[in-house]
Structure formats: structure tokens, C-alpha cells
Ligand binder design. Structure first.
Ligand code: IPM
Ligand code: MG
Length: 369
């Protein structure tokens, strides 16, 4: 029998973070009650909220809480217009989010994109390009590549400045993320499309070689390679060809936003960032892919579904309660089926649609769980 007692660090962060987190916690509590779990959920500041509370985007007490927890449910951080004078290393994106990813070696980022057929109207593609609804998974390498490679700096040179970012991958880093992609594909439609720029980048050549080698260990999975520029185009021309899309860090960042738009809205895209599994423990950070959306923050307009589905992924991957994760996914599906729509997925032409706020959407999903 699997464990039922867990500790979760809930870091809501900035912008819409707190209001969508509130709804996700409601839904988690509903799942807790239904599946007989015992969740200790502790909230702590991060991002600008961390800077305001303790002078640090990732306060020491918050990091300590994360270390003691089974998983982190993360909101979003970063407010582009706040205090441009703060040094870039202290800004929340780097000092909190990237630091957490690195600190816990969360190298595997899973971003499942689904376009339910009810939300066909919210997809920017014509219906004939959507198949019967879309379902693909971006597997993004999260602790390597241009985000973290050294040197990384800007320096003065005669007549101007010069900045360097470094794209580095070791074969071991490519291998471990490739295994994640193939293992996941085995449980899905058994196809991996590996993205690279092997026609130009050394990194791309290594990436392709290593992924091909790892792929031989998964003969039941079809492997296809695609250049990143072509992939960006194929995603809008024929998204139904994709099952698992395997990307390095920056390519995955870009393509996952593009894929999210196909799923109806960035407000629907959850993510799981996972480290190594030791025994039956997989530590992970779970966050919506969408960001802080400061323009709509505090107005009860944000779509809480990405945060709620992230809580579902937390139940699945770190708490190993697939039953509870499925219940949350089914509840979201049901509420969408009933026609509840936040602004980002609302279309007045849809006959049964009813526009609701963040809170009402959360309440409905919690009730459906
Ligand atoms: C994401 C975000 C982050 C990233 C930013 C906020 C640093 O865009 O999770 O996709 O680039 O990884
Ligand atoms: Mg991004």
C-alpha cells in the first residue's frame, strides 16, 4: 500500500500566483479528503514576495522548507516592471526559480498539452488541423544548455559591450533526459520527436547521437529527429503528428509556449520538474508554465487550471497517487464540459459557455473532485 502522509511546500510567488494557488490548494484538499491522504501544506514566500518578506527571492527559510518537503507546489515569480535597479542575479527568475531547479537537480520538465475538443474554439488553428483534440507532451531538459552554461557574462569592450551565454551539454545530461522521454512515450502513443539544431550546433550533433543511442533501448518507441525551426512550423501545420517532443532547455522553453497556445491557453498548461528517483521518492517542483500575468493579477480573471493540473501532477509523480491525479484531471474535464470558462478560454459564440472568475472555477473543480 502506498504512503498517505506527505508534506508539501506551497510557494505562491507573485502576480496571479497567490490567487491561482488558493484554488489549487482547495482542489488538493478535496483530493486529500476523497482519497484518505494526510497532507501537511506549508506556505512560504518566494519571488518578489520573498524579497519583500526577507530581502531574498528565495529566503533561507523557504529553501529549508523545500528541503524538508516531499514536493513543491510553485506559483509563479517575476514582475518585469518592478525595480529595474535590482541586480540581475537577484531577480526572482534567476534567484528563485532557476536556483530551485538547479539546487534540487530538477532536470526533467514535463509539460503536457491537451486541447479538449470542447475548447476547439480557443485553439488558434483551424479545426481540421486539430484532429479530434490535441494531446502531446513536451519533455524539456531543465538544468543545462544556455540557461546555466559558463561563461555567462557581459563585459565592456572598446566601443561597446560583449555578452556571452554558453550552450553546454554533456552526453550524460542528454542521456538521462532522453530516458525520461522514451519511458514516458512507452506509456503514451510510443513516439518521440527529438528536437535539435544539428545542422549548425555542436550541441545538436551530440544531442542527436546520444538520443539515437538511447532510443535503441526502446525498440517499441518510434524515434524521429527534427530541426527546431522546422518543429516550430510543424507544430502549427500538423500538431497531431507529435506525441512526446524532446527538447533541450531553451528550445523546450520556446516550443512549450507555442504548444500551450495550441492547447487553448497558456493558462491551461501545467508542468512537473523532476529530479532523480531514489527508491520510491521523486522530488519535484510543480508549476504552471504561464507566468505571473501582472496585467490581470488580483482581478479574479486568471485561469487557475494550469495551477490545479500542476497539483495533479504533484500527486502523480511525487506522491504516487495516480488515482487522485486522475480525479483532478477528470474534474477539470467535467467542468469544461459543463461550459465554465475563464476569460482566456471564453468565446461568446459558444452556446453553453458561462464566463466565470478564478474563484468560481476553482470552487467548481474542487466540488467535482
Ligand atoms: C518557463 C519560464 C521560465 C523559463 C522563466 C520565468 C525563467 O519561461 O518556466 O518556461 O524560461 O524557464
Ligand atoms: Mg517559458
Amino acid at each position: 500500500m502506498s504512503a498517505t502522509t506527505f508534506t508539501i511546500a506551497a510557494l505562491a510567488g507573485d502576480g496571479i500566483g497567490p490567487e491561482v494557488m488558493r484554488e489549487a490548494l482547495k482542489v488538493l484538499r478535496a483530493a486529500e479528503a476523497r482519497f484518505g491522504l494526510h497532507l501537511t501544506i506549508t506556505e512560504a514566500p518566494v519571488g518578489w514576495a520573498g524579497i519583500d518578506a526577507a530581502g531574498d527571492a528565495l529566503p533561507a527559510t523557504t529553501l529549508e522548507l523545500c528541503r524538508k518537503s516531499d514536493a513543491i507546489l510553485f506559483g509563479s515569480v517575476g514582475l518585469p516592471d518592478r525595480d529595474p535597479t535590482i541586480p540581475k542575479e537577484k531577480r526572482p527568475e534567476r534567484a528563485a526559480l532557476l536556483r530551485l531547479r538547479k539546487e534540487f537537480s530538477l532536470f526533467a520538465n514535463l509539460r503536457p498539452v491537451r486541447l479538449p475538443k470542447e475548447l476547439s474554439h480557443a485553439c488558434p488553428l483551424r479545426p481540421e488541423r486539430q484532429g479530434g483534440g490535441l494531446d502531446l507532451l513536451v519533455v524539456r531538459e531543465l538544468t543545462g544548455g544556455l540557461y546555466f552554461g559558463q561563461p555567462k557574462k557581459t563585459e565592456d569592450i572598446p566601443g561597446g559591450q560583449r555578452s556571452v551565454d554558453t550552450m553546454v551539454y554533456t552526453s550524460a545530461e542528454v542521456e538521462r533526459i532522453a530516458h525520461v522521454a522514451f519511458r514516458t512515450a512507452r506509456l503514451r502513443r510510443k513516439k518521440v520527436t527529438s528536437i535539435d539544431k544539428a545542422n549548425v550546433l555542436e550541441n545538436g550533433i551530440l544531442w542527436r547521437e546520444v538520443v539515437t543511442r538511447v532510443g535503441r533501448e526502446y525498440p517499441e518507441v518510434t524515434l524521429e529527429h527534427m530541426f527546431v525551426d522546422n518543429a516550430a512550423m510543424q507544430l502549427v501545420l500538423k500538431p497531431t503528428q507529435f506525441d512526446v517532443v524532446l527538447c533541450e532547455n531553451l528550445f523546450g522553453d520556446i516550443l512549450s509556449d507555442e504548444a500551450a497556445a495550441l492547447g487553448g491557453s497558456l493558462g491551461m498548461l501545467p508542468s512537473a520538474s523532476l529530479g532523480n528517483t531514489t527508491g520510491d521518492r521523486t522530488f519535484g517542483l510543480y508549476e504552471p508554465a504561464g507566468g505571473t500575468a501582472p496585467d490581470i493579477a488580483g482581478k479574479d480573471l486568471a485561469n487557475p487550471i494550469a495551477q490545479i493540473l500542476s497539483a495533479g501532477l504533484l500527486l502523480r509523480h511525487s506522491l504516487r497517487h495516480d488515482d487522485a491525479a486522475l480525479a483532478i484531471e477528470a474534474a477539470v474535464q467535467r467542468v469544461i464540459g459543463q461550459g465554465l470558462r475563464t476569460g482566456d478560454i471564453f468565446n461568446p459564440a459558444e452556446p453553453a459557455a458561462r464566463r466565470v472568475g478564478t474563484r468560481e472555477m476553482g470552487d467548481a473543480i474542487a466540488a467535482a473532485v
